[in-house]
Ligand binder design. Structure first.
Ligand code: FE
Ligand code: FE
Ligand code: ZN
Length: 284
């Protein structure tokens, strides 16, 4: 079965309950949420998220899986600044606990950026951080996202992700998240070679380790190392290829979420609206 949704907000009085309502308004049967602003680690206490009401509404509507995305400020690959690394590990542990309380098994994490150091140095640091976070928690999988390779991002190749899987002491709670825009920008041919990408994952990591995917078109051509998401069918990947991904057997039953940009109102450029309802219909 196909589980297709988008990222949704979590704010105001309704918090997580509002997230579920937003997903339902798009006709989605799954969704992705940040537990607060993606750029910082300030978080409301778990008791204020209205989790029980959200779970009730999900149950009524048959939503039984969704993604939580960790904030971008977590950078486990930072070998230069010990404080940044430590805050990253602490934040990751608290996000794993929040994700569990919210009822998901999936916490998506950007592996990080090696901030000018060699990728191997960054990867070693990611492994060190994951070892601490995984051994300090019992639930929820850390799901490493495939990155576009801008700057000194770690996780831009399947080999780099494999190095992390091979390096951690216990990888039983490690998974991966495919982002179609990031794969394209990293140089993986989503348009003509998605089967090959899946095969490579199968040989190096195991396709059973894929936990979810982000479905985005890309504003930039193959291998651009840019990471700018485009609306479905309006970028270099195109509708046919993205439809192929959404319906691919390797992603069956996994939550797939759009992270495409809001569409500006042509009459009033200050106004914009979510494209998700239409894009979900396009891809189904
Ligand atoms: Fe992401
Ligand atoms: Fe993504
Ligand atoms: Zn991105």
């Amino acid at each position: 079965m196909i589980y297709l949704g988008s990222h949704v907000g979590m704010s105001g009085k309704e918090m997580f309950l509002g997230s579920v309502k937003e997903a339902l308004s798009y006709g989605a049967n799954t969704f992705m949420v940040y537990t607060g602003a993606p750029q910082n680690s300030k978080r409301k206490p778990i008791e204020e998220l209205r989790i029980n009401e959200a779970k009730e509404l999900m149950k009524e509507n048959g939503i039984d899986r969704f993604i939580v995305h960790a904030p971008y400020i977590i950078n486990l690959a930072n070998s230069v600044n010990e404080a940044t690394f430590n805050i990253g590990v602490e934040t990751l542990i608290s996000e794993l606990n929040r994700t569990h309380a919210m009822g998901s098994e999936i916490l998506v994490l950007h592996p990080g950026s090696s901030v000018g150091c060699e990728p191997e140095v960054g990867i070693a640091k990611v492994i060190e951080g994951l070892d601490i976070a995984l051994s300090s928690t019992e639930n929820v999988n850390v799901v490493l996202e495939t990155m576009a390779g801008k700057g000194s991002e770690v996780g831009r190749t399947i080999d780099e992700l494999k190095a992390i899987f091979d390096g951690v002491k216990d990888n039983s709670r490690l998974r991966i998240c495919l982002d179609t825009c990031h794969l394209n920008d990293a140089g993986y041919d989503v348009v003509n070679g998605f089967d090959k990408i899946i095969e490579e994952i199968e040989t190096k990591i195991g396709k059973n380790r894929i936990a979810c995917a982000h479905i985005n078109d890309s504003m930039n051509p193959l291998g651009a190392h840019k990471d700018r998401h485009a609306n479905i069918g309006e970028g270099h990947i195109g509708l046919d290829a993205l439809r192929y991904v959404v319906h691919h057997p390797a992603l069956d039953n996994l939550p797939l979420c759009l992270e495409t940009p809001y569409i500006k109102d042509s009459d009033n450029p200050k106004d914009s609206r979510a494209p998700y309802k239409e894009e979900i219909l396009l891809l189904k």
